[in-house]
Design a protein around this ligand. Structure first.
Ligand code: SF4
Length: 297
């Protein structure tokens, strides 16, 4: 709890005033502030006292659990930090969408062949969202995107950025595994029509999460999101736009597994460095040097 009530009151008033000017209608109360707010008197001041009085009135008698913080470098800056109500709202909306998706039969052939929907996984207020094209066999079995060998590589890529898988959000354009004739091994590329049919779900996920950057993994994901068939080699490393959010295409991790070439790895890593820069994430000298090709001379 702040030691000086006057200083605390001034700080709180300034904080509320800032929120009021930016149109915010609720305030985030840290545990110490909850206690202190109960003990201060609120001056009558237009537009502020009402907010604080309402905040006082809504305080629980017992201090609740500490506010969750986002313990990593992907935390949104305090000025853009989601309100607890906003956080709960995102979780609620994502869950409602997940349930709506679970019974989807828009593509009858996929609804008949899937084991389950592979909705998406991760932080509901992630600043970074990765999307691939469609679930594979392992994803279909587990109900989670990117859990097969390519998914494991994606997890290592995320960790190389100094993050954890739980910090970001991971999804696919298609929520059902593209079907194959029984007994056929491997995976099939989703068709443009299938992606178009399912895309509204990803659009809604993005609308709820509001990430600051989206990474499209592979040419099919890029095509599904933008309609571009220019090729991933040409488009990678260039920020595009998707629903007003910067979209960076890069190679799919499965391509890196298929072609374990240091140059390709470096290209993908350079794309991720661009993302880190865009998100103002710290980049160490060591990180800058990942997958650099040793000079011949
Ligand atoms: S792929 Fe998408 S649109 Fe098609 S059935 Fe599955 S969830 Fe529905």
């Amino acid at each position: 709890m702040p030691k000086d009530p006057e200083q605390f009151r001034a700080t709180l008033l300034a904080y509320v005033e800032t929120l009021r000017r930016t149109g915010r209608r609720s305030i985030r109360l840290w545990p110490g502030w909850r206690q202190a707010l109960r003990s201060i008197s609120i001056p009558r001041q237009e537009g502020i006292s009402e907010s604080l009085s309402a905040a006082q009135a809504s305080l629980p008698q017992e201090a609740g659990p500490p506010q969750e913080s986002i313990p990593n470098s992907l935390s949104r800056p305090s000025t853009g930090s989601p309100e607890p109500t906003d956080r709960e709202e995102r979780v609620r909306r994502l869950e409602a969408l997940r349930q709506a998706t679970a019974g989807c039969r828009r593509c009858a052939h996929l609804a008949g062949s899937r084991s389950q929907i592979v909705f998406g996984v991760g932080n509901p207020h992630a600043r970074l969202l990765f999307t691939g094209e469609a679930p594979g066999a392992e994803e279909d079995r587990q109900g989670e995107p990117f859990v097969g060998p390519a998914g494991k590589l994606l997890t290592r890529m995320i960790q190389a950025m100094g993050l954890q898988r739980e910090d970001v959000y991971i999804a696919n354009i298609l929520k059902c595994r593209p079907d194959l004739p029984p007994g056929t091994p491997g995976n099939r590329k989703p068709t443009p029509g299938e992606m178009e049919t399912c895309l509204p779900y990803l659009r809604e996920q993005i609308d709820i999460i509001r990430p600051e950057v989206i990474v499209a993994l592979g040419a099919t994901a890029l095509e599904g999101l933008t309609g571009l068939r220019t090729g991933i080699s040409t488009m990678r490393g260039t920020f595009l736009d998707f629903q007003g959010i910067p979209l960076l295409p890069t190679f799919h991790p499965s391509y890196l597994l298929y072609r374990p070439d240091l140059r390709l790895k470096r290209q993908v890593w350079e794309d991720l460095l661009l993302v880190m820069k865009r998100l103002n994430l710290p980049i160490s000298e060591r990180q800058r040097g990942f997958f650099l090709i040793p000079s011949q001379g």
